[in-house]
Design a binder for this molecule. Structure first.
Ligand code: AMP
Ligand code: ZN
Length: 499
């Protein structure tokens, strides 16, 4: 905890020294998923990034209250002025299920995926639908303070008033209110109830077809999407807290509007630091379901996608994500994943060799000093805006040294046992505690035994197929499926993957 942390703050556009509001304690809010479909890999990247941040803060000894919400109402497709529909209601209507069944199904799926990526559970995971009274209260406070207005049962936030009073609106996203009013005017239908094009709904009157709706002082309706995060962060972290995070696509309008609402209700801005992760791309282009440039996490694990040549372990993915800075875009390609898989295995192998290493030097050697410096440098990388790629490179630097001693290129006399112990502690801390990478389940951790056995099974199945003994080949495939091993046939041969 006596280390100095610096993060890039989207609010000030600068790297700033981090100081918690209450010494030793950190309140962190991260926008969670909208649970109307399977979680996609882009979401996973953002949550893995914030998991790494959470883990590092915990590692430094901070007591962190990490709140990550579940959006189960209010996230509309399109703008409220153009007759948009709630994403969860729409899915419920299409699948003829209760909205809560939809939300529960995809929340379960999200949790399952987060476990595969070995992310820690947040301290609190509040749901928007469980906090309707808090959201109504917030709208009341915004109205009392003169930052909202009601029209026909809906309530809107007055962005122009906030801008005139404080200059705050647009600060996070770097947008200028005058531009926003012009830009969004085209979208505004004549019948719009908004006073200014940049205003946004905080309470929306529901029409008869709307399934999810609640009583309020203004109408039977539902909260605007941005409101839940303002209400829930205030409830669990207070009006003013340390860190607010999310994917970069949320800076505008979601986070800009959150700041507006918090100020409108509490007369103060919510978080001191705003951290944003960057987007995940697929083959250089934005991942998008509609144009086919997309891959689900499950497809990535099984290899069942035209974008990849084989399945990858979730830990390879996690490693791949941490190899780039969370604020940089990350391009997912098959070649990059193959390289990450090799890199991950190399690191884990070095770690295994490290467990058996015996240092023989009796006094502090030059190598000992170099190791101590590399370890300190890795922590400085993490202190500097959570620079995982740099810290990762330090691990590989040490892995090289371990391999040299193991191969006999460097004598064990050149290193002391205390330096070996220091490295062991460092590998444990950085790989497991901070990067959250798990050693088990990887092909490299069994010295190729599983690979060898699997090849034998694949060869036997091939033989059975060549002999037209399909009963045996099917039996092998089914038996493997029972233990979650999937075979994938292609022109190049058969691969296997543990789902
Ligand atoms: P959503 O479920 O769309 O509300 O998004 C949940 C989280 O995932 C938010 O923090 C988003 O910013 C983030 N997110 C969405 N798409 C991507 C992407 N392609 N890459 C990284 N993060 C994303
Ligand atoms: Zn949010």
């Amino acid at each position: 905890m006596n280390r100095t942390l610096k993060f890039f703050n989207t609010l000030t556009k600068e790297k700033e020294v981090f100081k918690p509001i209450v010494d030793g304690h950190i309140g962190m809010y991260v926008c969670g998923p909208t649970v109307y479909s399977d979680v996609h890999l882009g979401n996973c990247r953002t949550f893995v990034s914030f998991d790494m941040i959470y883990r590092y803060l915990l590692f430094l000894g901070y007591k962190v209250r990490y709140v990550r919400n579940i959006t189960d109402v209010g996230h509309l497709e399109g703008d409220v002025d153009t007759g948009a529909e709630d994403k969860i209601s729409k899915k419920a209507r299409l699948e003829q299920l209760e909205p809560m069944e939809i939300a529960q199904r995809y929340t379960n799926g999200f949790h399952e995926m987060m476990r595969k990526f070995n992310t820690l559970d947040p301290s609190i995971e509040p749901r928007a639908t469980g906090h309707i009274p808090e959201q109504i209260k917030m709208v009341e406070r915004i109205l009392e303070n003169g930052y909202g207005y009601e029209v026909n049962g809906s309530v809107y936030f007055d962005t122009l008033k906030l801008s005139k009073d404080t200059g705050l609106y647009g600060q996070l996203s770097g947008r200028i209110i005058e531009d926003l009013m012009v830009e969004t005017r085209d979208d505004l239908k004549n019948q719009s109830e908004k006073r200014h094009a940049s205003d946004f709904a905080i309470w929306i009157k529901a029409d008869d077809s709307h399934i999810m709706k609640w009583e309020s002082p203004w109408s039977v309706g539902f909260p605007g999407w941005h409101l839940e995060c303002s209400a829930m962060s205030t409830k669990y972290l207070g009006e003013h807290f340390d860190i607010h995070g999310g994917g970069g696509d949320l800076v505008f309008p979601h986070h800009e509007n959150e700041i507006a609402q918090n100020f409108g209700a509490c007369k103060c801005t919510p978080a001191n630091f705003w951290l944003h992760g960057n987007m995940l791309l697929l083959n250089g282009k934005k991942m998008s379901k509609s144009d086919g440039n997309s891959i689900t996490p499950v497809q990535l694990f099984t290899g069942d996608s035209p974008h990849i040549s084989k399945g990858y372990n979730p830990m390879t993915l996690r490693f791949f994500m941490l190899q780039s800075h969370f604020r940089s875009t990350l391009d997912l390609t098959d070649n990059a994943l193959l390289a990450a898989e090799k890199g991950y295995n190399r690191l884990m192998e070095a770690w295994q060799k490290l467990q058996l290493l015996e240092g023989k030097a009796t006094t502090e050697s030059d190598l000992d000093k170099e190791i101590a410096q590399t370890i300190e440098a890795a922590f400085q990388d993490m202190d500097d805006d959570f620079n995982t790629p740099k810290a990762m490179a330090r691990l590989f630097d040490l892995a090289g040294k371990i391999n040299s001693i193991n191969d006999g290129h460097v004598s064990a006399d050149a290193i002391s046992q205390s330096a070996v112990k220091q490295m062991q502690q460092f590998f444990h801390d950085m790989i497991s505690e901070i990067f959250g990478l798990i050693e088990t389940g990887d092909a490299s951790s069994n010295d190729g035994v599983v690979d060898g056995l699997m090849q034998l099974i694949i060869d036997l199945r091939q033989k059975a197929r060549a002999n037209k003994d399909f009963a045996t080949s099917d039996q092998i495939r089914d038996a493997l499926q029972e233990v979650n091993i999937q075979l994938k046939d292609s022109k190049e041969g058969t691969n296997w993957v543990k789902a």
